[in-house]
Structures are given as structure tokens and as C-alpha cells.
Design a protein around this ligand. Sequence first.
Ligand SMILES: [Zn+2]
Length: 260
Amino acid sequence: MAMGLFTWAKPKGNLFESNSTMQCCLCGSPDDLTGEHKIKASAIRELFSGPMVIGAFDGESRPRFAQSAKSKAFHFRARLCGTCNSSRTSAADLEFTEFDKLARERMEAGLDPGDVFKEPRYTVGGEPYLNLFRYFAKVLACQIAQEDGPRILPVTEFAIGKSDFNPVLLAMDLDPAFLAFSQVLGSQEFAAHGGLAMQLSRLTGLVHCLFSTLTHGKLRYTFSIEFDFRVGLALQRFDPVFHERCVAAHREAVAAKDSG
Ligand SMILES: [Zn+2]
């Protein structure tokens, strides 16, 4: 199930701006910088009564136990300014918490979690709908910044409400890693945050999709931006180091899959 349904290209203006750990990865401000929780602390507290397992859940990395919702393991290295970490994104954070609760209830009941989008509250283009996607735009922007990538303006401007153009695609499913780990650990208390992943165009070798995942309990959210070769080419020209890192990471992931 995909929501958002954009093959993305921004109509006009800059697509990218450079970023650094001395800047907010959403608005670029150098002032009042703070880290963003990888998974929102309140959502974690609600989810866990016992030990929290975190990790890449890729079948290779060893899971770690986080001591509390404030554990450093839940923080990004990438920075947000105080305003972007509060007033500009709090409605999006709240909407995600609300949506996540409804989606997880449906999944527990054996229903399609995506049915939440059939609720009148989540009419496409409405404020709750946009705020939900703004949350994922923020997390994706943080993941890109975490890998020293640029600010992708359609993503960051949407995340902080400067734009209503939603470039984010969302899919939800049952996290297969959850099943493996719940068998080992006998626990349903599970939260995971995937890093940044990417897909390359077979034709051009350019990046055409950046995505990440977030798992709460057994429910996995996969959120992505997709773009055509012109945007991929612009990204390669704007930040050849980041683009090359994406290509190398993708090559490694494919090699690991082939050898596994
Ligand atoms: Zn900011």
C-alpha cells in the first residue's frame, strides 16, 4: 500500500542546500541546536514497559538494549534548532502518535493498518494527513543529514510546514524482523529504526529513491521519496560525495544480499 503517490520533481527554485552538523537539518539555522529523538520519546514510553530492543534488525547486527527512552541510542547525530524541534513540528509529532495508535490497534486486530487512511480524519490533503507525512519527512531529512547529505528542500520545507507539497510515500506492513526477534526474545516490545537506504536507477546508475523505516511493535513504516533522473543528476552534481556514498552503500547492500 502506498500513500502520497508522487513521482517527485519540484516545479521551480533550488532543490538542495548544503548541510552540516553546525546547522539545523530542516531550516539551516545555526542557532539553538539540539538532537532529535530517533523515535519519539513519548511513543517509546507508551510502547515499552520493559527493556527496549533497538538495532538495525537486518539479521546481522546484534540488537542492543536501551536503558530508557532517553537513551543516546535513540538520538540522531544530525541537529535540529529549537524551533524546528518544537513549534514547527509538534503538530506532526502528535499526529504520528495518534495515527500510530490507530494503525497498531488495527494490526493487532488482524486488519490492514492502512485502513486508518479511510477515516475521514485522514482525507488526502487535509491538515492531519499532511501533518502525518510531515513527521516522516522530518525523520527522513534527519536520516539524510545523518549521512552528511544535503537538505532536500521539498522534503525539509514540507516537514516544517513551509510547503504543503507532500513528496513522501508511505507503506505499512508487518516487520518480518519482529517475528524473528519475538521468537528469540519472547517479547512484543519492539522498536527499531532503519538507517538511510536507497535505490539506484538501473538505466542511469543515479539515485532515484531514498527511504528509511521505523517499526513500532510489529508495525513497520517504510517512507521514501522518489524522483526522476533529472533530480538524480542534480543531486549528483550538487553533492557528488553524498551521491557516491549512496552508490557505494547500495553496492554493499546488494553484495551482502547476494552472498547471504
Ligand atoms: Zn530549524
